[in-house]
Design a protein around this ligand. Structure first.
Ligand SMILES: [Zn+2]
Length: 123
């Protein structure tokens, strides 16, 4: 148990170490909605060692969106589609996570655009 706790602390320390670079990349505002409301690092792959490519700076309400998948009316997620052209890997991951479960036309179109981006990068 103590060992797990230590491991957790090391992980949190590593996230905190990246916090400055993350805040700089994000311009100190939420990378999803641009708000500056209680922005904190969010890990897209918490099982892996933290690095900038697995971190996003997110405000309180966007962290809430991610914490309650499927509980938010899809219209509240429309702004997420603005990011479907992003080349920021962790942001793309979050956009997919939020839009993939939605059956709305606009969400499906945003997903198609994201996939096109992914394909064009391989070329
Ligand atoms: Zn936000």
């Amino acid at each position: 148990m103590a060992k797990g706790k230590q491991k957790h602390k090391a992980h949190v320390d590593a996230v905190n170490l990246l916090g400055k670079d993350l805040a700089r990349r994000a311009g100190r505002s939420c990378e999803l909605c641009d708000k500056r409301d209680d922005c904190r690092a969010h890990e897209t792959n918490p099982d892996k060692a933290p690095e900038l490519d697995t971190l996003l700076l997110l405000c309180a309400s966007c962290r809430e969106l991610l914490a309650r998948p499927g509980k938010v009316p899809s219209n509240h997620l429309r702004f997420v589609a603005n990011h479907c052209w992003t080349d920021l890997a962790p942001l793309r991951q979050i956009v997919v996570q939020l839009l993939e479960p939605l059956s709305d036309d606009w969400a499906q179109e945003a997903m198609e655009q994201l996939q096109m981006m992914a394909v064009s990068e391989i070329d």
